[in-house]
Design a protein around this ligand. Structure first.
Ligand SMILES: [Zn+2]
Length: 92
């Protein structure tokens, strides 16, 4: 699990878990967006970090998270994200 960097929409389509985790910074809402919801296609060069996403609370300030393994969507929805994971490891 990691935050979106320079990744494109087509890279998401080809990944093991083709879902974009979205976590709002203003309210506790988080969701998984499928590539169909993103209207993605194979040659899509749009950067995931630039997609216009709007939380149901009206905020556009959302974290975008890439999921690496099939169990991570559930972990993400349970409230974990890369920013939180860094905090947990701060005493390591
Ligand atoms: Zn929100």
């Amino acid at each position: 699990m990691r935050l979106v960097d320079q990744d494109t929409v087509s890279a998401l389509i080809r990944s093991i878990v083709p879902l974009l985790g979205v976590s709002c910074r203003r309210c506790p809402h988080r969701a998984l967006l499928s590539t169909a919801q993103l209207e993605a296609h194979e040659n899509d060069r749009r950067q995931l970090s630039r997609l216009p996403l709007l939380c149901r609370c009206g905020s556009k300030d959302v974290l975008r998270v890439l999921l690496d393994t099939p169990d991570e969507p559930q972990v993400f929805l349970a409230g974990h994200d890369p920013a939180a994971a860094r905090g947990q490891r701060s005493g390591f």
